[in-house]
Design a protein around this ligand. Structure first.
Ligand code: BMA
Length: 826
């Protein structure tokens, strides 16, 4: 197999459509892999699409057709040789021509394409042209043909197999990309090649690892196939199998006794084993093709055996039930080709930094890249993979049925080797949509996608990767028909908790005890640095035009304002509003996480909406589009800590729940103090913990701790080693905080600054918003409670030289208390 990458010499032209005069007729250098917007940006023909209101100026691109062209040198095909033009991914509605000959047309960005070019290829210079039609116009045509079906955002994203959020989402820009988004190359081969390789990995009860290697083989000349030999090596074990002439598949099984098990983060190590497979002629001779993968040995199941409450949904790895501490993952940049391996590594590190062990690749995005699963394999992040369907009814007719089948087969096979991949899920919220969002009335009997989720996709997973669990939808009830129990029922399977955020105060998270919460979240703006990098309104306010364009949620600002009103004082300035909404986001989500964790093992998962952003925007993300952690990220780091102390209502009383997500028992005294804000101790108790590994135990609290003399200025502080919980007796709005209880001193240390902060009176949610001073500045912790008389040291990492005075200034050193102080602005 000889591979020739075809990534150079590409030129882009906006072919037809409402193209502005300064772009029309221009041909610019094109990047492959890449996309048209990025090429125009590099050529200086458009403003950065993320900047201020540039998104609005780019609507012409929705209805534009694009032409990518290059010329490459090649040799003509030799006798007996196959030459293929292989595209790993085209976004999306493309016609491919080589030397004026149409090779084919595509309409699915989620799959690869391969064309036999023996006849079209010339000796010497070859002209390759890929023309992209407007995916929107294509989708509108399909909609005309098959009949409209509901979709939650304006464009019919459900009519074309293109990332749904390409067309805009409630956190994403409506910038409809087009381009050759994955590698393209010429492949020359003889006799046969490995078309697909599926290592199905299992572990026997005696600890023997098994790799069942399924190879699909393509013969260069199906009319004269030859006998072949498939070889494989894993962990020093070798095996081979003869593939009789004409066979197009082979299975080779390797058993490896005493394998080291792969575990998710927090449960053990992530040993990975190299797997090499080769294909040779049956009578020997040099290798015809070879493929490398890395595998990890583990079993992952989801336990849905009915119990006294209903139907659980418990991820179980190597026989150990795991509480999923996770977040939903969206494409990390709307322009997918900019998401480098380094960028994904940083994001996964942030997930781990917040003690997560699971990411859910959400169905409005893509089947992620090899880099993503590789890094999750290496770092022990379980991956829940949605098939790309979200928030719409989808036609089951052609051409979509075949496209879905083809993309699913390809991706299930492609991802089968990854140890991190835990389960497949049919779609996001579509069964729920059918039940609750008026779809049946709109559909009047037309198809809406159910057969994808209950027939096509599960049969493909069962056939190609029977080692993995398949969930029909998120949310859904395993094993219960849709019309019997509501798909979002808290007692069965997975649940999305969206009444908080949309309608209700976050304290109502406690009204439901889901078996597994696979989506819940609350919005907040991006960090100040990210916001002001991209939004330049004068003055900058929550309703200034660019700020609003970077807030996509329906009544988003209204929900933010109503969301904090019962909890935090009304902010006087934009700076205060920014901090207030960020803080309320962090508190709201942490409130949910602590509630869910406290109910383990009845509740077995907490998957926050959402880890990341795809551009600078006000959203539910913990990490913003500039890659900076928002206060929410720090709140998650606390709420997902392996050892958590949390106060929860049980049976009419407030109890302490100690949650131990470690392999060791958690024993030791919790020191409980009811304090006046000024530090006067009003009541004390000691609670001896004895919490078994991976369990949550409630402890009663003495009345003396729970009965304040003055609820407006007392706090209950519970401390055990590094774990601490504070409990207030009123909402912040009703508290008589000292508005300025902190004294602080910043000193330069290696790699940044240390800030020692001392509280004269109880201070809540103390934060250092270092990004306000330098774009790279990041603090190690945030939202720290500091009881009266205590000092906390923060560390800010930065390469910048900062004025230590500024690090303790009122817009940088923040707290909940400060919101009770007279306003300060920059
Ligand atoms: C959930 C997700 C997304 C959406 C989010 C916030 O339903 O599945 O569709 O972005 O809510 O509204």
């Amino acid at each position: 197999m000889i591979r020739q990458t075809l990534h150079v010499g590409w030129q882009l032209t906006a072919a037809t459509g409402p193209v502005p005069a300064d772009v029309a007729g221009r041909t610019v250098p094109a990047r492959v892999p890449g996309s048209a917007h990025l090429d125009l940006l590099a050529a200086g023909l458009i403003t950065d699409p993320y900047l201020d209101r540039a998104e609005e100026e780019l609507v012409w691109a929705h209805r534009t057709d694009w032409r990518y062209a290059t010329t490459f040198e090649a040799e003509a095909a030799r006798p007996g040789e196959r030459v293929d033009l292989a595209f790993d991914g085209l976004d999306t509605v493309a016609t491919i021509e080589l030397n004026g000959r149409v090779l084919g047309r595509t309409a699915n960005m989620h799959r690869s394409y391969r064309f036999d070019v023996r006849e079209a290829l010339r000796e010497g210079a070859n002209d390759l042209v890929v023309t992209f039609r407007s995916a929107l116009e294509h989708a509108e045509e399909i909609e005309q043909r098959l009949g409209r079906r509901d979709h939650v955002y304006p464009h019919p994203f459900n009519m074309v197999r293109k990332m749904a959020c390409s067309f805009g989402w409630d956190w994403g820009p409506d910038l409809q990309t087009a381009g050759i988004w994955k590698p393209v190359r010429l492949e020359r081969w003889t006799t046969a090649r490995i078309h697909r390789l599926r290592p199905l990995v299992t572990v026997g009860a005696d600890g023997t690892g098994r790799v069942e290697l399924h190879a699909d083989i393509e013969h260069a000349d199906p009319a004269a196939p030859r006998e072949l030999r498939l070889t494989a090596t894993v962990a020093g074990r070798e095996g081979d199998v003869t593939v009789p002439a004409g066979e197009t598949s082979a299975v080779l099984t390797l058993d490896i006794p005493g394998v080291r098990l792969w575990w998710p983060a927090g449960y053990g190590d992530q040993p990975l084993y190299e797997l090499g497979a080769g294909l040779r002629p049956g009578d020997g001779g040099p290798a015809l093709d070879s493929v490398h993968r890395r595998v990890g040995f583990r079993t992952v199941t989801v336990d849905t055996t009915p119990d006294e409450t209903g139907t659980p949904f418990t991820l179980t790895v190597n026989g150990t039930p795991v509480f999923a501490k996770g977040a939903n993952w969206i494409p990390d940049d709307h322009f997918l080709t900019r998401v480098t391996r380094e960028r994904v590594t940083r994001r996964v590190e942030q997930a781990l930094g917040a003690h997560m062990n699971l990411l859910r690749v959400w169905g409005g995005g893509i089947y992620e890249t090899e880099d993503f699963y590789d890094i999750c394999d290496e770092r022990g992040v379980l991956v829940w993979q949605d098939f790309p369907f979200a928030c719409a009814s989808y036609p089951e007719e052609e051409p979509l049925w075949s496209e879905v089948g083809a993309e699913a087969r390809e991706n299930v096979a492609r991802l089968s080797s990854h140890a991190s991949l835990a389960l497949w899920n049919g779609a996001n919220e579509n069964m729920w949509g059918y039940r609750d969002w008026g779809w049946p009335e709109q559909l009047r009997g037309r198809t809406w996608g159910l057969r994808y989720y209950t027939e096509l996709l599960p049969s493909i997973v069962a056939e190609l990767d029977p080692t993995r669990f398949y969930a029909a939808n998120s949310p859904y009830n395993p094993g219960i028909p849709l019309d019997e129990v509501h798909p979002n029922d808290e007692n069965h399977g997975t649940r999305h908790e969206w009444r908080v955020w949309n309608e209700r105060d976050y304290t109502t998270y406690r009204d439901h005890i889901p078996r597994f919460c696979s989506e819940f979240g609350f919005q907040g703006p991006p960090t100040w640095a990210t916001l002001t990098d991209w939004v330049h309104d004068e003055p900058l306010t929550p309703t200034s035009p660019s700020f609003l364009l970077h807030q996509k949620a329906e009544d988003g600002n209204g929900k933010l304002d109503r969301g904090f009103a019962p909890h935090l004082p009304a902010p006087a300035t934009f700076e205060d509003w920014h901090w207030t909404t960020q803080l309320n986001q962090a508190r709201a989500v942490a409130f949910g996480v602590e509630h869910f964790r406290s109910w383990w093992p009845r509740t077995t998962g907490s998957v926050v909406w959402q880890l990341n952003d795809c551009w600078p925007v006000t959203s539910w993300a913990a990490v913003d589009g500039g890659e900076r952690p928002k206060p929410l990220w720090y709140a998650l780091k606390h709420a997902y800590a392996p050892r958590l102390l949390t106060l929860q209502p049980r049976g009419g009383a407030t109890v302490l729940v100690a949650v131990n997500d470690t392999a060791e028992a958690w024993t030791g005294p919790v020191r409980a103090e009811r304090q006046a804000f000024d530090g006067t101790v009003l009541g004390t108790a000691t609670i001896e913990l004895d919490v078994k590994p991976r369990s949550a135990v409630p402890y009663a609290l003495a009345e003396s701790l729970l009965t304040p003399a003055d609820p407006a200025q007392e706090v209950l502080v519970l401390t055990c080693d590094d774990a601490r919980a504070v409990h207030l007796f009123r909402e912040d709005v009703e508290l008589a905080y000292d508005p300025a209880p902190l004294t602080a001193k910043a000193v330069a240390v290696t790699g940044g600054y240390r800030i020692d902060v001392t509280a004269a009176s109880f201070a809540r949610d103390v934060a250092v918003l270092a990004d306000r001073l330098a774009p790279d500045a990041e603090v190690d912790d945030m939202l720290v409670p500091i009881p009266a008389g205590e000092t906390h040291s923060f560390t800010v990492r930065t390469a910048a030289r900062l004025d230590p005075e500024q690090l303790t200034g009122p817009l940088v050193l923040r707290s909940a208390n400060a919101l009770h102080a007279p306003a300060v602005s920059s």
